[in-house]
Each structure stands twice: as structure tokens, then as C-alpha cells.
Ligand binder design. Sequence first.
Ligand code: 6PG
Length: 232
Amino acid sequence: MLPVDTRILADPEALATTACRLIGDAAQEAIRQRGVFRLVLAGGNTPNRTYQRLATTRQQWAAWEIYWGDERCLPADHPQRNSDQAQRAWLAEVPIPPGQIHPIPAERGGAAAAAIYARLIGDRQPLDLVLLGMGEDGHTAGLFPGAADDSAAVIAVHDAPKPPAERVSLNFHTLGAGRQQLVLVSGAEKAAAVAAWQQGEQLPIARATSSHACLLLDAPASHSAGLATSLI
Ligand code: 6PG
């Protein structure tokens, strides 16, 4: 089943506006309570608009810490890296101290990067807000259909059906342990997976998403799930 807090937005712009507001709200609350905001970024194209929107906002950037839910095993400056994409979309525009931006060192290879990152996030959990995207097959981060949920906090992925095959990903329970989760899903091509999730299929996105997650769908992504189309 989809999260209780599932919202349908008219289009990708409206989705990005809502996501940006929710991230800002979560940041303010985390900083008020704990003096720091630990945000896990999603990869892929869907979050880009949200990241660009974030770059235009005023935030207590000095208290933000940035992590990634997954990374592609490519050179650190490769344009297909999730870290490089986020840098270009917003991180290069805002004064988050560089020491508080933690890319997954996937250029070192899956196994080594997974071990390093597990140590890094080990004593920083629960992370405050975990952003997730979803692929057409219901995958999220680097967790694809058939992925096992072992005890490792961060895993190396060797056979991802979405190129590149070599990836590093936070595991289901690590993504699910975030204080909050925000799932961003946009586009008609995702509608079948959304419908399958709604019908209870144990897709990776369903296994990684906690009951208190917020799911933002745009109208095209929601049209097969039989949801009340009460656009926000
Ligand atoms: C990645 C992502 C991946 C992504 C989905 C959706 O590195 O590719 O972490 O899980 O979120 O594939 O991608 P789009 O937003 O581009 O459709």
C-alpha cells in the first residue's frame, strides 16, 4: 500500500515546490531540536527541479549535512554521478561547509566505498530526512527488484539493470530508519509501478519506505493507482 501521506500534485513544477517546502520545514525543525539537519539525497533526474528550487531559498545552511542514498561507481567528477549532479543543481550555489557534504566514494569501487560509508553514517543515525526516487520497475536508490536485505547498512551492487551496473547503496533498513522520508515520483512511465505498490506488491520502494513516509506524485504518475485525484 502507498503511504498514508500520499499527495498528488498537478505537475513536476508543483511537485518540486511542495518538496522544497517540506525539506525546508524538516530542516528548521531538526536544527531547532538538534542544531543539525542531516539530509540524504536521491539520485536520478526527478529530484533535480527540487534541488534547483532549494538553491533559491534562504536556509541555515551552516547546519546542513548532506549524504547520498546511492551512487554510481564512476569517477568522482563524472557528470553521471549523483554527487556531481547535485553539485551542479544546487550544492555549488549554497554555503554548506564543504566538510559537511559527504559523497559516497564510489570511485573507489563498490565494496570499499560501502565499507567507508557505513562507518561514516554509523554514528550519525537516525538521519533526519531521506529523499527517495523510484524507477519504472519500482527500484529505489540502488535497490532493484530481487535485492536481498542483509544486515549491512550500505551495500555494493554489481548487477543493476539501470546503467551503470556497479553502484553503492544504503540498504533498505538504513533508508527506512530515517526520521522522515520524502518520496518523489513523477511521470506516466512510473504509473504502473505506483499501481503495483498500491496493490501491495513488495517492490524495493515499498520495502525501503516507512509507514510515516510522505509520497509526492504528479498526476501522470498517479493515474493508474485508482487514487482520489484530489490535486494539492
Ligand atoms: C539513480 C537513483 C535511482 C533513481 C530512479 C529514478 O542513481 O539512478 O538513485 O534509484 O532514483 O532510477 O530515476 P529518475 O528520477 O531519473 O526517473
